[in-house]
Design a protein around this ligand. Structure first.
Ligand SMILES: *[C@@H]1O[C@H](CO)[C@@H](O)[C@H](O)[C@H]1NC(C)=O
Ligand SMILES: *[C@@H]1O[C@H](CO)[C@@H](O)[C@H](O)[C@H]1NC(C)=O
Ligand SMILES: *[C@@H]1O[C@H](CO)[C@@H](O)[C@H](O)[C@H]1NC(C)=O
Ligand SMILES: *[C@@H]1O[C@H](CO)[C@@H](O)[C@H](O)[C@H]1NC(C)=O
Ligand SMILES: *[C@@H]1O[C@H](CO)[C@@H](O)[C@H](O)[C@H]1NC(C)=O
Ligand SMILES: *[C@@H]1O[C@H](CO)[C@@H](O)[C@H](O)[C@H]1NC(C)=O
Ligand SMILES: *[C@@H]1O[C@H](CO)[C@@H](O)[C@H](O)[C@H]1NC(C)=O
Length: 771
């Protein structure tokens, strides 16, 4: 309360006596000014705002730079990461002795730019790229916030080493989702090998980009065709660093070292008011070093961390803020080494099965499981052992335990616990009574836990996460009102609309004809789950309960492309610009599948039914990865397609090995339909068949009237160059010889106008089509 009068006076004083720019949001703090309370400065193009921010519920305030055009508070930079202030009204950010400083309520300097300068008339200016600079009266730059990044790498910022000052610029994660103080994870430049490393606690690295080869990082091939970031590496006698610029400055995109231990690229989508995850490394949460702390067990789906049996969270507060690094602690101390322990009670071992074993084990030359157990028991600092024809023991805290998933080697590990964690056979009477009470308590507790877990999970599903959610069948049954609203029936099973309790709309696919066992299913599904791109439908989760196998995707409000492309009515027809964007987006999605995933994924079933449209008509390729999962019966597809060649490349029929070029063929076929607005093959009234691509190819090659090929519903309303481009690309794509077809990234370059496309040869298979 003491502060209040002075604060009111203060604001009054500020607004009254000094430059208006502070009160009305200019971009500069002049030498005679300061900001306090809710005052902010805003960059000239209004991209960024600087002021006091609160990042959690507690009243801890930080000077930060936030994205001004983003509706959920997102900080790109924090000045006083380690020293918050409690009262933003009596704290001040001001120029003092040639520096920008933050004074707390007792006028103590808690943060300063710390430059040595004798210049007067120093000012701080917030630039439109998010850089806060300090300059003197001669316009000389004294200090840049870009040189002191927090967890966000802003365009133009450098991550590297200044050889003159020996200073390293790294990104450091926040401690947790609410605390901007430096966390355990950092993204650093490795001057030896011109590569990036993600380090844990500034020491152990667990991810590397691989070296820079002039265009990309060897282990991050997906950076090659990146439409948002232009990365470059600079190394000279003074400094070496990586930097990047945005190709299009009106796209709001950020690159962060997340508190999850992953580097993430996110792009703001105003339509959904969310940061959309573009890319994350390492892909799997459990690849992050010691993510769940000591005695925590990591799994690659929510909740990522659990405690081993006999242990509980070291800090429930930290865990609830998604910071698991403090790990777990024993519920009961070990008996070993405790001199006051009576009855000679010894420790026992609890088996945890199907675990990926931590690395720092020591092997003991004994020949049986029993001897291995004794070896561990005899040393109080031994915490676990495993025996699989050889004896391994662990001493000290157990870190990096992972639940087995996919193809990692796994085994059983025996964890040392106090014997009281195990039921004791001697006092049987007490145990029976105890058991009855216990069972009742457990039932009640289980109900409670289930309730809490369920609520937690439902809340958590709303968060954008890199990993998949394992759904319970009954929940999906409820979400889809017992599978009542069918959206479509694709090649792999029917799709139903559903709504999660948090009102997120989902599409649930019931898989049919699965040819794989449980283990392969989970492996395949988790592979599909890591594939994320704006032009691919995102898999949110799955359900696997015996024979019931379901996949849960984001719901796409505008349905599939065929329903828009092939409709007879003129109203609501897709205009040319939209069609061209759909063609381009689809191609980009395929580039990602073909070239930028860890293993090349051939879609095998490109057709308008598998191109979904979101609320903005942004195309999303659906059903990728399923051909492998379900094992398609292509012979059946072929026989049902007699007469209409549809979208299938000739190699499907000739029986030679199918490559990504088969998708290129299908894409070309579909591209013709973007132009004509009707199916390629049309049965005429007299029973003869017209094949649009043949006609379109001859018009294109002869330099005829390409606008005449256009969907009549468009009334020749299109950019003739784009139509010509798409016609030519489509002709190239449907060449019989797959070597003559372009790759999808060449298609993208042509459609983007980045490279020229020659006149195509007449597709050789034209005659066959006409048959
Ligand atoms: C503060 O300094 C700026 C620039 O030197 C000047 O334009 C402004 O009038 C000054 N304001 C006051 C209240 O002195
Ligand atoms: C990180 O390293 C420092 C010493 O460099 C050590 O004191 C600290 O305990 C480590 N943090 C964790 C979580 O292990
Ligand atoms: C990418 O950045 C480099 C280095 O800053 C620059 O020379 C090049 O012109 C940029 N490329 C594009 C397409 O903006
Ligand atoms: C390195 O620094 C020196 C002194 O600051 C400067 O003269 C020189 O041009 C710099 N070299 C490069 C490649 O920037
Ligand atoms: C940049 O992005 C904006 C918003 O997405 C778009 O309207 C604009 O056309 C783009 N500019 C260029 C040159 O691509
Ligand atoms: C030793 O055992 C006694 C009795 O079981 C227990 O109360 C005490 O906390 C133990 N001490 C340590 C250091 O574990
Ligand atoms: C127990 O194991 C630790 C770690 O390997 C070792 O340093 C210690 O000497 C052992 N103690 C005994 C009593 O063997």
């Amino acid at each position: 309360m003491e502060n209040k009068p002075s604060f009111i006076f203060y604001v009054f004083f500020l607004c009254f006596s000094i430059s208006n720019s502070i009160c009305f949001g200019g971009d500069t703090i002049y030498a005679n000014e300061s900001i306090s309370g809710d005052q902010t400065i805003v960059s000239s193009g209004e991209n960024f705002r600087l002021g006091f921010f609160k990042t959690g519920k507690a009243s801890k305030y930080y000077i930060g730079i936030s994205y001004n055009k983003v509706s959920t508070q997102t900080l790109a930079w924090v000045a006083n990461r380690e020293h918050y202030v409690n009262d933003k009204y009596s704290s001040q950010l001001k120029i003092l002795n040639g520096n920008l400083v933050l004074l707390d309520e007792s006028k103590t300097v808690v943060w300063s730019t710390n430059v040595k300068s004798t210049s007067s008339n120093v000012q701080a200016v917030l630039l439109d790229n998010g850089n806060l600079i300090l300059r003197d009266g001669e316009n000389l730059k004294l200090w840049d916030s870009l040189d002191y990044p927090s967890h966000t790498w802003l365009p133009g910022g450098k991550i590297g080493t200044d050889k003159r000052t020996k200073r390293t610029q790294r990104l450091t994660s926040w401690k947790n989702m609410e605390d901007p103080s430096p966390g355990l994870f950092s993204l650093e430049h490795d001057p030896e090998d011109s590569r990036y490393l993600i380090k844990w606690n500034r020491s152990i690295w667990y991810w590397t980009s691989g070296p820079w080869d002039g265009q990309r990082f060897s282990l991050v091939p997906e950076m090659r065709t990146n439409y948002i970031y232009n990365f470059s590496y600079v190394s000279n006698e003074n400094e070496s660093y990586f930097t990047y610029t945005l190709y299009n400055n009106s796209i709001i995109s950020r690159f962060i070292m997340d508190y999850s231990g992953q580097v993430k690229q996110l792009t703001w989508l105003e339509s959904t008011r969310q940061w959309n995850l573009f890319w994350a490394q390492p892909r799997q949460q459990c690849e992050v070093n010691a993510f769940c702390g000591a005695y925590g067990v990591c799994q690659n789906s929510l909740p990522f961390c659990n405690c081993l049996y006999g242990f509980k969270e070291s800090s429930e507060d930290d865990w609830s803020l998604n910071d698991y690094s403090s790990g777990c602690k024993r519920r009961t101390n070990l008996n070993c080494g405790n001199t006051s322990t009576v009855n000679g009670k010894k420790d026992k071992f609890w088996m945890s099965s199907d675990m990926v074993l931590p690395a720092n084990s020591r092997s003991v030359p004994v020949k049986s499981a029993g001897e291995c157990e004794s070896a561990c028991l005899s040393n109080c600092s031994c915490t676990a052992y495993a025996y699989d024809n050889k004896c391994l023991i662990w001493t000290g805290e157990l870190v990096d335990l992972k639940q087995h998933s996919g193809s990692d080697g796994s085994g059983d590990i025996y964890i040392r616990l106090a014997s009281s964690e195990f039921s004791d056979g001697k006092n049987s009477k007490r145990i029976v009574i105890g058991a009855v009470v216990g069972v009742v308590a457990v039932v009640i507790l289980a109900g409670l836990v289930l309730f809490v877990v369920k609520r937690r999970r439902l809340v958590k599903t709303t968060k954008p996460e890199g990993s998949l959610i394992a759904f319970v069948y009954r929940d999906l049954q409820n979400a889809t009102k017992n599978f009542s609203e069918k959206l479509g029936g694709g090649g792999f099973g029917s799709v139903f609309k559903g709504t999660l309790p948090d009102s997120t709309a989902i599409a649930v696919k019931k898989l049919e004809g699965l040819s794989q066992g449980e283990k392969q299913f989970r492996t395949e599904v988790s592979t599909i789950g890591t594939i994320q791109h704006v032009n691919l439908v995102r898999l949110r989760g799955f359900c696997s309960e015996g024979i019931k196998k379901l996949l849960v995707y984001d719901y796409m409000p505008n349905g599939s492309l065929d329903s828009h492309l092939f409709k007879d009515k003129r109203d609501g027809v897709l205009d040319w610009k939209t069609r061209y964007q759909i063609a381009l987006g689809t191609a980009r999605g395929l580039v990602y599948l073909h070239e930028e995933c860890r293993d090349c994924i051939i879609h095998c079933d490109i057709k308008p039914e598998n191109i979904l449209l979101d609320a903005e008509f942004c195309p999303k390729v659906a059903d990728f990865g399923l051909a492998k999962l379900v094992g398609r019966d292509f012979s059946r597809v072929l026989t049902t397609m007699r007469g209409t060649r549809g979208y299938l490349a000739p190699e499907w029929i000739s029986g030679v090995a199918v490559t990504a070029k088969a998708d290129v063929f299908s894409y070309g076929m579909m591209a013709f339909e973007f132009i004509s607005g009707r199916r390629n093959t049309k049965q005429n009234a007299d029973g003869s068949i017209t094949f649009f691509p043949s006609w379109a190819a001859s018009v294109t090659i002869d330099g005829g009237d390409v606008l005449g090929l256009l969907d009549p519903k468009l009334d020749r309303n299109a950019d003739i160059e784009e139509v010509t481009n798409l016609c030519r690309v489509a002709c190239w794509c449907i060449q019989d010889d797959e070597r003559a077809r372009p790759t999808m990234s060449q298609v993208v370059q042509i459609l983007e106008g980045m490279s020229e496309v020659n006149l195509p040869p007449n597709p050789k298979n034209q005659l066959k089509f006409d048959r």
